[in-house]
Design a protein around this ligand. Structure first.
Ligand code: NOJ
Length: 576
């Protein structure tokens, strides 16, 4: 155990009167299981392929249920697995009650949920109802004639009225959200790709269809709903002109439009209130007030806010650490009394956690991955952790557009090229930020294709799987994976990490993120060095520091009030 010697120069300063100290009764207001949940997100295409077609599937996830359990997580959010032509990897649904054959069957789905439940793990369904696929029967009907009963399921603009006012599309190769359709001489609206027409939420029939779909899955036992792009669902259907250049800040014009809260209230009445489920929408409005309006419990809409302010900070040129602290601190403050947040820094729409917010060089990948996981699991809010981050998977180094599979990358490239953009910069930004970075297959071991598939993987497996993989990490007690598991366990064992008040310390420290979490008489101190060099922090009046609850190094130097941290060191102390 000598290697584990903790070089603590001053501490173990247990309060002198500890003998007399009475355990106060711990009072935690507004507890809820979904506040205590630890969500693990799985991108089904990339987790585990059971049949050799190169595409991950439900049976593959079933094979890995014990692995998921071993992580200690309590919920799994699975990205869409419905019938889909896969223009946007399942976010273009053509049948909301059917399973994409590449992923398996409804029996497989039932077996997956059963297997999770047997292991006390809940399941979150991804509900994609801002838009459907253009191959959905509703859209096929709607586009067939202007008087088809399904016509009003979508947004149409008759071409004889001229071109509708410009709307920006996130994934369109021309950036235009209006697609002309010659069958009825009309335009239809698609905020995402042209194969993803937006549903018309003003139509009660559409809303009823959605509630029926959600009830179908709730009756099958799903425990949570994640509403994709839902803050865009309500629209001003007179389609007024927006100011020139609005697309640079399109969220201001697209999010939280009139009607959205009514739809959420109705959805709550029709679905959420009838089941014991967690509800979370992608996006949390345009400001704190709107975020609250989505999740304050007395409003009876959603229960967890999923805000993008923090995740959006990382840019190819780096990010401002002080801004990072400021964003998390502000959000926590705004939600300290009411409402509940999710905590995340990665998902299937982002590049890899360690490559964006840490340091994926061989020297620092391990320490910085552990540090980031410590952060995510020690903040107030439900952590949403993304598959692969528990072993520190990194970005993949694609250099040609032909290697990318993501519709956003491919159409973004076409758009940039047609606008005469600097394509060298475009490709280097894509290399850093592309969503495909976060979608490469899970690295199970060092064998060919990381044992993700026996066939040809739909997206290349990262070459670094030879050293970065579950098998190797499992057998090393000091691995990122084992640190992740310890941190999950710690969160579950210490209610203070879930419900405790958060207080930022030494805000101006340029290297270290320091905060305390306090719940009744329990207090912990979290110290995270976000840099690749040694750094120190002076802390006064924090009370006595005990032995670390967790540390990603074997030692730490504490000298009076000065604590010295190694590069990317992450440490949590219990305070007295
Ligand atoms: C948000 C999802 O997270 C993303 O993956 C998808 O492309 C868009 N919504 C459209 O559904």
């Amino acid at each position: 155990m000598k290697n584990f010697f903790v070089k603590i120069l001053i501490f173990m300063l247990i309060t002198s009167c500890s003998g007399e100290k009475k355990q106060k009764e711990v009072i935690v207001p507004n507890k809820a299981w979904w506040k205590e949940a630890i969500v693990y997100q799985i991108y089904p295409r990339s987790f585990k392929d059971s049949d050799g077609d190169g595409i991950g599937d439900l049976k593959g996830i079933i094979e890995k249920l014990d692995y998921i359990k071993s992580l200690g997580v309590t919920m799994v959010w699975l990205n869409p697995f419905y019938q889909s032509p896969n223009v946007d990897n399942g976010y273009d649904v053509s049948d909301y009650k059917a399973i994409l054959p590449e992923f398996g069957t409804m029996e497989d789905f039932d077996a997956l949920v059963k297997g999770l439940h047997e292991r006390d793990i809940k399941f979150v369904l991804d509900v994609v109802v801002n838009h459907s696929s253009d191959q959905h029967e509703w859209f096929k009907q709607a586009r067939s004639s202007r008087d088809n009963p399904y016509r009003d399921y979508y947004h149409w603009w008759p071409a004889e009225k001229g071109k509708p006012n410009y709307r920006y599309s996130l994934f369109d190769a021309k950036g235009d959200a209006w697609q002309y359709d010659s069958i009825t001489n009309s335009y239809y609206l698609h905020y995402f790709a042209k194969e993803q027409p937006d549903l018309n939420w003003e139509n009660q029939k559409v809303r009823n269809e959605v509630y029926d779909i959600m009830q179908f899955w709730a009756d099958k036992g799903v425990d949570g709903f994640r509403l994709d792009a839902f803050q865009f669902a309500a629209k001003d259907t007179t389609f007024p002109k927006f100011p020139e250049g609005f697309e640079k800040d399109f969220i201001q014009y697209y999010a939280m439009q009139d009607g959205l809260h009514d739809y959420l209230k109705e959805m709550n009445e029709q679905v959420f209130s009838k089941y014991d489920v967690m509800s979370v929408a992608e996006g949390a409005g345009r400001n704190f007030q709107e975020a609250h309006e989505l999740v304050d419990s007395e409003r009876k809409e959603l229960n967890v806010a999923y805000a993008f302010d923090a995740v959006d900070i990382a840019k190819p040129e780096g990010y401002s650490f002080s801004h990072f602290k400021e964003v998390f601190t502000k959000w926590d403050k705004e939600f300290s009394k009411k409402g509940w947040l999710s905590i995340f820094l990665s998902n299937h729409d982002q590049a890899r956690l360690v490559s964006r917010f840490g340091n994926d060089s061989p020297e620092f990948r391990e320490a910085s991955s552990k540090m980031l996981n410590t952060f995510l699991l020690s903040m107030r809010g439900t952590p949403f952790l993304y598959y692969g981050d528990e072993i520190g998977m990194t970005n993949i180094n694609f250099d040609s557009i032909s290697q990318y599979k993501d519709v956003a990358a491919i159409n973004g490239y076409k758009k940039a090229a047609s606008e005469g953009a600097d394509m060298i910069k475009f490709m280097s930004d894509l290399n850093f930020a592309s969503r495909d970075n976060g979608r490469t297959p899970m690295q199970w071991d060092s064998s060919e294709n990381a044992n993700f598939t026996s066939g040809t993987p739909w997206l290349p497996v990262n070459e670094n799987h030879k050293s970065i993989n579950v098998f190797t990490e499992n057998s090393n007690p000091n691995s990122i994976l084992n640190h992740f598991k310890k941190m999950v366990k710690l969160r579950k064992e210490h209610e203070v990490l879930i419900y405790g008040d958060y207080e930022l310390l030494a805000a101006e420290n340029p290297d270290i993120y320091a905060y305390t979490r306090t719940l009744n008489n329990e207090k912990v101190l979290v110290l995270l060095n976000f840099t690749n060099h040694d750094s120190s922090i002076e802390l006064t009046e924090i009370g006595a520091i005990n032995e670390p609850l967790i540390n990603n190094y074997s030692t730490v130097e504490v000298n009076k009030n000065n604590i010295q941290l190694k590069p990317y060191q992450a440490i949590i102390f219990k305070l007295n």
